[in-house]
Design a protein around this ligand. Structure first.
Ligand code: SF4
Length: 444
């Protein structure tokens, strides 16, 4: 609802661009809020109606833009309104409305925002988000799902072209931090590596710098590292991550030829030259660089050698870790595969890495957990056994068609073969998999 007005001096002017932690724009019908890949639209009509319900003295409301492009909300009469109360109600309406209207602009899929303490227990149990403890001092911190690339070998079928993934998730940084702190204290860990990764590209998380900074606030954090395909890298974000003391970036560059790099990224606009420049920029920063290409037999054999040749000659400011973390191409039933390419036997893979070590006089192509300071620890308690029948509550739709996320015994469970996803409903399920506190089930 837009109400015309004539006397500007009788109106209270709220600068929404300064008030809200998003980039704002207006369409004819909606206020558009963006932060990184997170994009939400709030219908203007419902926003104004909600405001009017709380402030019945409002007679005029109008959105406008100032000369700097900032979005203003002009409300009148000024004399009857309390600016602070209006601002706080606006913030509240937006924080309640926005999560229902989010999209991941990198994948074009709906994005579900998980607010802090949404489930009432630490974020454990899901592969999609939260913190994963695999019984070592390394904890995987997963803030967001979805990826802008469409790699033809993607083991989790991610990207805008994904056939299986229908939605994405993003988690409030407070929830990740409280879960991380809880796990460290439960495991009595005092040399933890917080490894930020995900089903998709973790650098699409708009609160990444804040997350790194806050992971360090736990005195038992020894390393904070990040997995990335590099799509969202630029010099500025590298500087910001270096300023908050990110220890290491594991960067996947899979080719040394620009045509092949585009093919392996599944995007014609993938810029290998820029990616190589950014990798060199990291080498020159305080962050350690670990190049982590996937070695796909007969597809990028010579590229792997060229990457080793090119990077092993470069100077590194921080060499706390090996420079290469070459990975064997693996085939997963739920992932994508490169047509006609078979997975290489791991014995052969390691033998070939050793040959490359001596051919190019580089160390540590064959990696061990010890090189990364990894060691075994006790696991968090596992409250459900395989084949156990339990009662669970459906809390969210899943990432796949006919999948829901359910909760039971303070854990999240992926339940397949459920349709429709009746949120709040209690169902009986049989646990089909429970490795490392990651739970999967089907209706019993
Ligand atoms: S392999 Fe990694 S970078 Fe490529 S589509 Fe999958 S998640 Fe994205």
């Amino acid at each position: 609802m837009t109400v015309p007005f004539s006397k500007r001096e009788q109106l209270l002017i709220l600068n929404l661009s300064e008030l809200l932690p998003f980039s704002l724009s207006l369409s004819d019908e909606a206020l558009i809020l963006t932060k990184g890949v997170m994009r939400g639209e709030i219908p203007i009509e419902s926003l104004l109606l909600e405001l009017q319900q709380d402030f019945t003295s409002i007679q005029q409301m109008h959105f406008s833009k100032n000369k700097n492009g900032q979005i203003l909300l002009m409300i009148g009469p000024k004399s009857a309104l309390d600016k602070e109360a209006l601002e706080s109600t606006l913030r509240e309406i937006i924080s309640l409305e926005l999560p229902n209207n989010l999209k991941n602009s990198a994948t074009k899929k709906p994005l579900i925002f998980i607010p802090a303490d949404f489930f009432g227990f630490p974020l454990v149990g899901s592969l999609y988000f939260g913190v994963i403890d695999r019984g070592t001092n390394l904890l995987q911190v997963r803030p967001i799902t979805g990826c802008p690339l469409n790699c033809p070998f993607c083991s989790v079928d991610e990207g805008p072209a994904s056939k299986s993934k229908v939605r994405d998730f993003i988690v409030d940084p407070d929830y990740l931090i409280s879960t991380y702190n809880y796990i460290l204290s439960e495991k009595k860990l005092n040399g933890a590596e917080a490894h930020i990764d995900g089903q998709g590209e973790p650098m699409s998380y708009p609160y990444l710098v804040e997350l790194v900074q806050r992971l360090w606030e736990n005195n038992n954090t020894a390393v904070v590292s990040l997995q990335t395909d590099g799509w969202f890298l630029n010099e500025q974000i590298i500087d910001e991550l270096s300023a908050v003391k990110l220890s290491r970036i594991n960067l996947s560059i899979n080719a040394f030829d620009s045509k092949l790099a585009k093919r392996l990224a599944g995007r014609g606009d993938y810029n290998l030259e820029k990616m190589l420049e950014l990798a060199e920029y990291i080498l020159d920063s305080n962050i350690s660089l670990l190049l982590a290409p996937i070695w796909i037999p007969e597809i990028n054999d010579s590229d792997i050698e060229l990457l080793i040749k090119f990077f092993s000659k470069k100077k590194r400011k921080n060499s706390s870790y090996p420079l290469f973390g070459i990975q064997n191409y693996e085939i997963y039933s739920e992932g994508r595969h490169v047509k006609g390419v078979k997975q290489k036997d791991f014995k052969l893979f390691y033998k070939q890495l050793r040959e490359l070590e001596s051919r190019y006089r580089v160390q540590d192509l064959v990696l061990t957990p010890k090189i990364f300071g990894m060691y075994k620890t006790k696991l968090l308690p596992i409250p459900m056994k395989r084949n156990e029948i339990i009662k669970a509550k459906i809390v969210l739709p899943g990432r796949l068609q006919n999948e829901v996320l359910a909760t039971a015994r303070r854990r999240l469970i992926h339940v397949r073969q459920v349709s429709p996803p009746s949120i709040g409903k209690k169902i009986k399920i049989r646990i089909t998999r429970n490795r490392h506190n990651l739970f999967f089930g089907v209706p019993a």
